[in-house]
Ligand binder design. Sequence first.
Ligand code: PMP
Length: 396
Amino acid sequence: MLSQRQLFLQHQAQTTDFPLLLEVERAEGIYMYGPNGERYLDLISGIGVSNVGHRHPEVIAAIQNQLEKYLHLMVYGEIVQGPQVQLATQLATTLPAQLNNVYLVNSGSEAVEGALKLAKRFTGRTELISYSNAYHGSTHGSLSLNGSEIFKNAFRPLLPDVRQIRHNYLPDLEKITPRTAAVIIETVQGEAGVRLPEPGYLPALRARCNQTGTLLILDEIQAGFGRTGTFWAFEQFGMEPDILVCAKGMGGGMPIGAFIASQEIMGSLKNSPLLGHITTFGGHPVSCAASLATLNILRHSNFIQQVPAKAKLFQQLLVHPLIKNIRHCGLLMAAEFESFAVLKPVIDQAIKNGVLTDWFLFCDNAMRLAPPLTITENEIKEACAIILKSINEVFP
Ligand code: PMP
């Protein structure tokens, strides 16, 4: 009989040369458990998904409660469904007053697609601007925005009217013109290896967008829902978006995303002979229930307030000649090594020693450190000790 791992390799399509290939049977809090008693401390959180930890009891209870009522009723936006209404309402309370119209979707990529369509419809323009090293998703539209030529080349032609500008490079803001429908930027770049905007950069971008009548889309799919130490990362950078996209951590482990704008902007999706965006499963009630619970946990606990102290502890403990620096915004962290050749064996060894981490799509010499926000001081000490031990075992 073939093992689970063999069946995985035989029947599950592979899109990476380096799948982690861990077998996990159960996950709870910050740990995953294998079939033979293995235990892994999770420093990935499903790439910023499990911000409140795996299977948070309140998330599980909310899901169970919704299972008793209904699963799917109708495509998004036709029937008044409590979990969707409440989630949209609650999300709006976390945001500046004008960002009060929420379109719920299935994923980050779909949220980005919706935001792009909305920007084109509202402005009547077609040009889109994104950033070097940006990651916005895997569908054709969102892929068109990605900063990596290698990722895009295999799939050309993509969206025709996309321009890329350099991150944190003020002169490039001149490339935003009255032809530009929207600029999309990750408030903190994730897959680029955690790159923060320099002080004043986002306000300057905001000002240029105001000047040219261009919509500013912030992608907080990875940075949102508390990960950076504020509920939304943009709260730390002195500006507000016209459209916000979120997903990942939003669902507490269930699939959901959203694009959010003002009533005025969102209203343009209706002014058309065809519907602006259609989604069958978007805002699935079970996902909405999980998301509401997640929002509630983050609001009524100190997890977000504790993020800076926890990030600092990681920085204090992860000191080693092979770690060149740690870039971070809250618990969105990247520990930089010399190269992938140095980092990869360390990651493999850390997994053997019970700590799960990886690297970034566009930055393969940095270790991803993105634990659930619920991680405790002792667990941070445990994780860092294992990482240091792993480095020393690989490079004695
Ligand atoms: N934007 C950012 C910043 C992301 O990190 C991701 C996922 N890594 C996406 C968009 C795409 O989200 P999804 O995988 O849910 O489509």
